[in-house]
Ligand binder design. Structure first.
Ligand code: DAH
Length: 339
């Protein structure tokens, strides 16, 4: 029996040394020390031994059992450690490997130009304000001296929401909203989306962007308007830009003008860029009509002001030599990634 126990110990040792998975260990434990295991089987035969032999064999059997238990625990710890090492090895990140480069986004060309324009005006002390895109007829037309039967309404094909609510056709209504709220001195620009029911082509879109400008204070004259706009255009198109003011008509300004810049491509000789005119129209402007001031509760005897409105798409098209406005709205990344 003693020899048998020794043999079990040796065989267990041997088999344990070959075990290479935690699951094998459990099998071995059952095989040797389990209820139906080999050791248990031997212990069951203890009764057949003589009283002298019993304690000796009993002690040996206990030793073998605790040997096997210990050996299994030790092996288990070893295997666990090995497993952890392997896992750490597999999950190791090589931080020196070059990364997959994610393509960087681009600012939209309209945003680039708008940011530049904002910066120029902010540099001259203007504040930036915004107004609603869904607007009352009153603000979009009436208060701006464009009554119901005014021909100017035909040139701005309007999307009507109800009889007296429209999608704003221009950013000019923000002028009225600002003047109603704030007493002079006022010096603001207001960029935003405007809507007109135009068919889409290379130079028309039912949605486009304008930037409105408004200055109201005591003693504001056309000279202030001229000086401000010349400074603006030179900052935008370069110090050597040549600017001209052409008389025009807008219902909400008197006098009104359109401002052209001499074609920077041909220097006024006439070319494709300026459609042979030598000049490129940039914006509309004028002295705020006394009726508009009055509509907003500002006394035209005490205050005067100037206003301007420019189209963002036009500026961007010229800046980047883009000849089709649709490109700005299609969001084709092959186009956008060039900026
Ligand atoms: N609102 C005009 C338009 O959409 C542009 C404009 C012209 C705005 C003259 C002004 C201005 O503030 O003074 O055609």
């Amino acid at each position: 029996m003693k020899a048998k126990l020794e043999e079990i110990r040796e065989r267990a040792k041997e088999e344990l040394s070959k075990a290479n998975a935690i699951e094998n260990l459990e099998e071995l434990r059952v095989k040797y020390a389990g209820k139906k295991g080999e050791l248990t089987a031997i212990l069951k035969q203890m009764g057949k031994l003589s009283p002298e032999e019993r304690p000796v064999i009993g002690q040996l059997a206990n030793e073998v059992r605790s040997y096997i238990d210990n050996a299994i625990e030790t092996k288990k710890a070893e295997l666990n450690e090995l497993k952890l090492q392997r896992q750490l090895e597999e999950e190791k990140i090589d931080v020196t490997l070059p990364s997959n480069t994610e393509p960087l986004g681009h600012k939209h060309p309209l945003s680039i130009v708008l940011d530049e324009i904002k910066e120029i005006f902010v540099g001259m002390g203007f504040e930036i304000v915004e107004g609603p895109e869904v607007e009352y007829d009153y603000y979009n037309f009436e208060a701006l001296n464009i009554p119901k039967d005014h021909p100017a309404r035909d040139t701005q094909d309007t999307f009507y929401i109800t009889d007296n609510i429209v999608l704003r056709t221009q950013t000019s209504p923000v002028q009225v909203r600002v003047m109603e709220k704030k007493k002079p001195p006022i010096r603001i620009i207001s960029p935003g989306r405007v809507f007109r029911s135009d068919a889409v082509d290379a130079t028309h879109s039912p949605l486009f962007h304008q930037i409105e400008g408004l200055v109201v204070d005591k003693d504001i004259t056309f000279a202030d308007l001229k000086g401000t706009l010349e400074t603006f255009i030179k900052r935008l198109y370069g110090e050597d830009s040549v600017v001209r003011f052409r008389p025009h008509h807008f219902p909400f300004t008197e006098p009104s003008a359109e401002v052209d810049v001499q074609c920077f491509s041909c220097k006024g000789k006439g070319c494709r860029v300026c459609k042979n005119e030598g000049w490129i129209e940039i914006l509309g402007c004028g002295m705020v009509h006394p009726k508009v001031l009055e509509n907003c509760g500002i006394d035209p005897e005490e205050y005067s002001g100037f206003a301007l409105g420019l189209g963002l798409e036009r500026v961007a098209m010229r800046r980047y030599g883009v000849d089709d406005m649709r490109l700005f709205f299609e969001n084709d990344t092959r186009f956008l990634s060039q900026f």
